[in-house]
Write a protein that binds this ligand. Structure first.
Ligand SMILES: Cc1ncc(C[n+]2csc(CCOP(=O)(O)OP(=O)(O)O)c2C)c(N)n1
Length: 379
């Protein structure tokens, strides 16, 4: 295995001095190391992977510095446009180094949302004409092979990539604190979810965002022997839960559709809020669980606690919005929300942490969807 500090050192020796990206579970030890050891001018956690490419490209244009972008392979779709129409050697020719966590690597067991992307990861790189190296897990060989890869591509005005397989990096725990030292809430994601399920109409439809929130919703229902048929788990397509919720709310069902979002996910494709607010339909609610971090993949900070999400929602034409950070107020507000007309947003400040022994959904996505579609009498 590779020590994240040693890998970081190799990159530095090859003159890579600026890092940008979206955290990934396979890269979490490296991301944590970069976060702890780079200044704000040397490292930026971006809203989405395309955003990271733009920032890294701009930094390269303004300084001539070599820049790196780290991402999970799930984010490859988000980078295709800025790679192909900005960085590609046939356009502006910008030499970025991509560090890509390879979820769903063929031959290894992974979650359904990662398997297709994993199988197609190399095809994606080939389609974008990106030369890549498969990072060796053995330290000496890793350094040697990386140095010659960098040397070979030295004058290549085009992005190149380092593919990182599961269990490549040794452990490293993040030391730096969340954006605002810590937050004041006593509730975890699981606590808030339980309160919501207990204090809202049973026929509400829930669209849960990517990461542990969906797993916790499934787990809570499972432990209470409740059906999963009112829940759609957005297991992949991070940042799109609110758009999916909007589309579902436009359908024939009379129940309220509630998007259960995370701060990292909300930030990833925040433009959807403007579209939701503009349509302002009556049966849509948006709840944001804000812990100020990407808790599901290692706890790297987001800007979630530095911004005013309810005010953003109001300015984007949501009819009602509020922030809450304690249990009793949450219960009161959930009563108030029941009778609201127009699209609303509730931000719940939560502390980091997951439900203990958190399981994973047991059914196939296609079976869960069939079950969910019963609500719309489509099958
Ligand atoms: C496009 C894409 N980029 C990155 C990831 C990896 N990923 C999964 S969950 C997650 C963090 C989600 O953070 P947030 O919405 O704040 O929820 P939390 O984990 O804090 O509950 C990330 C980065 C992904 N699944 N898809």
């Amino acid at each position: 295995m590779i020590d994240p500090a040693a890998f970081f050192k190799i990159l530095k020796k090859n003159n890579i001095n600026f890092f940008c990206g979206v955290p990934d579970s396979l890269l979490k030890n490296f991301c944590a190391y970069v976060n702890d050891n780079c200044s704000k001018n040397e490292h930026i956690i971006a809203a989405n992977e395309g955003n990271a490419i733009g920032i890294a490209a701009g930094k390269n244009i303004s300084t001539g510095e070599k820049t790196a972008v780290y991402l999970q392979n799930s984010g490859l779709g988000n980078i295709v446009n800025p790679i192909m129409s900005l960085c590609h050697k046939e356009v502006y020719g910008i030499p970025l180094v991509l560090i890509i966590g390879w979820r769903g690597e063929p031959g290894l067991k992974d979650e359904p949302q990662h398997n297709t992307q994993g199988r197609k990861t190399i095809d994606f790189l080939n389609v974008m004409d990106i030369p890549f190296i498969d990072l060796n897990k053995e330290k000496e060989r890793c350094e040697k092979e990386l140095n010659s890869f960098f040397k070979k591509n030295h004058n290549n005005n085009h992005p190149i990539a380092i593919l990182v397989r599961k269990n490549t990096f040794c452990d490293y725990s993040i030391k730096s604190s969340v954006s605002k030292d810590s937050n004041s809430s006593d509730m975890t994601r699981g606590d808030a979810l339980r309160i919501i399920l207990e204090n809202t109409p049973k026929d509400n439809i829930y669209i849960a965002t990517t990461g542990k929130l969906g797993r916790e919703l499934y787990d809570i229902r499972d432990k209470k022997n409740q059906s999963h048929q009112n829940d759609f788990l957005n297991i992949g397509s991070m940042g799109h839960a609110s758009s999916i919720a909007l589309g579902i709310a436009l359908g024939p069902n009379n129940s309220k559709v509630i998007c259960l979002d995370g701060d990292g996910s909300l930030l990833m494709h925040m433009g959807s809020m403007a579209i939701i607010g503009d349509l302002n339909i009556n049966n849509l609610g948006h709840i944001v669980f804000n812990n100020g971090r990407h808790d599901s993949v290692g706890g790297q900070p987001t800007v979630g606690l530095n911004i005013d999400i309810p005010t953003i929602a109001k300015s984007l034409n949501y009819k009602w919005s509020k922030r809450v950070s304690d249990e009793s107020n949450l219960i009161e507000i959930l009563k108030e929300i029941k009778d609201l007309n127009g699209t609303w947003l509730l931000e719940i400040i939560i502390k980091p942490g997951d439900i203990e022994n958190l399981g994973r959904p047991k059914s196939k996505p296609s079976d869960s969807l069939k079950n969910f579609k019963n609500n719309f009498k489509l099958i």
